[in-house]
Design a protein around this ligand. Structure first.
Ligand code: SAM
Ligand code: SF4
Length: 327
């Protein structure tokens, strides 16, 4: 029988986010350094066997119920359906966050392998602006990827949109309309201080409240119960689906945070904004047993802090950018 993994603040940790690669085929301005990243050598990245082992310990010993695959860009990793089928066999709620650019080719295979839920990131519906933000002329591919995900049977398909003042905040209603037309749930995300160039400023954060007011001015909304999910969800009063807002900066949801994150090179992080990590790769590659892995996971969870301190004097920006953590 699994035991619950409870942190020092009484929260049960049961959600694992796995960055399966640090590589990415995009270079989004709000996420990665302008000049790009130095990719890790292949042998520094956890193998699928190593990832599965960590996931198995989390599920079998501690009853983790959900695993999300992320990156970098998870779809650039070879033979992804192989990893998906191994993790799906653990019987968890398995999901993935992707930029969607190659889903046109892979959505059906991933669904067949056992992936059921998918979040696709999209920050502009305007081709030129999309290219400026991502560094790639790939809006058509991402839109085709969203269609392919819906066709393959993913349920739900969610679209993540990071809203940045002066960059795409004039598209909030366009995105809401897009979600209503396509039958996908748009989740607006506040920009967090995890970009690669240290350009983040609180003045460019568009507060969740403002985003909601902008949508509701056109399509009235009613709140939906939230649970431990980061997104505050709303239903369109006319029944045309849902939207979500993730107010990580202005309305932190740390009090209900139930997750830990594994980086591509096997560092376990107890918070997006953690400034220290636990090296699970070292345990894996030095012949450590499952008990050793479990002890390292417990120790990291035992250091989980109550919440981030963005906007306070004690806030320390983590050395990693979002592309190395995975969101
Ligand atoms: N490459 C995949 C993608 O773009 O979906 C997965 C990794 S990406 C880091 C995960 C999520 O983090 C994306 O939805 C992205 O928009 C979001 N993100 C990246 N940088 C962010 C930032 N500084 N603040 C808030 N969200 C961010
Ligand atoms: Fe790559 Fe995703 Fe970051 Fe964009 S948001 S640079 S697609 S990791």
């Amino acid at each position: 029988m699994p035991v619950q993994l409870i942190d020092p603040h009484g929260r049960t940790v049961r959600d694992l986010r796995i960055s399966i690669t640090d590589r990415c085929n995009f270079r989004c301005t709000y996420c990665m350094p302008h000049e790009g990243m130095q990719w890790l050598p292949r042998d520094e990245i956890l193998s699928y066997e190593e990832i599965e082992r960590v996931a198995r310990v989390c599920v079998e010993r501690y009853g983790f119920g959900s695993i999300r695959l992320t990156g970098g860009e998870p779809t650039v990793r070879a033979h992804l359906p192989v990893l998906v089928s191994r993790l799906a066999a653990l019987g968890v709620d398995l999901s993935m966050t992707t930029n969607g650019a190659t889903l046109g080719l892979s959505a059906a295979d991933l669904h067949r392998a056992g992936l059921r839920r998918i979040n696709i990131s999209l920050d502009s519906l305007r081709p030129e602006r999309f290219t400026t933000i991502t560094g790639r002329d790939a809006l058509d591919k991402v839109l085709a990827g969203i269609d392919a995900a819906v066709e393959a049977g993913f349920e739900p398909v969610k679209v993540n949109c990071v809203v940045v003042r002066g960059v795409n905040d004039d598209e909030i209603q366009d995105f809401a309309g897009f979600g209503r037309d396509k039958g996908v749930e748009v989740r607006f995300i506040e920009w967090m201080p995890l970009d690669g160039d240290g350009q983040w400023s609180s003045a460019q954060v568009v507060p969740a409240r403002e985003i909601l007011e902008t949508v509701a001015a056109r399509w009235p909304l009613a709140p939906v119960e939230r649970g431990s999910a980061p997104a505050e969800r709303f239903a369109y009063a006319d029944g045309a689906g849902h939207i979500g807002v993730i107010g990580s900066v202005t309305q932190p949801f740390c009090a209900t945070c139930d997750r830990v994150r594994l980086t591509a090179e096997g560092q376990l992080r107890n918070c997006l904004f953690a400034v220290r990590e636990t090296d699970l790769r070292q345990v894996l590659r030095s012949g450590g047993s499952d008990d050793d892995l479990a002890a390292a996971i417990e120790a990291e969870v035992g250091r989980k802090w109550a919440g981030h301190s963005i906007g306070k004097v004690q806030f320390i920006r983590p050395a990693r950018s979002m592309s190395q953590i995975g969101g």
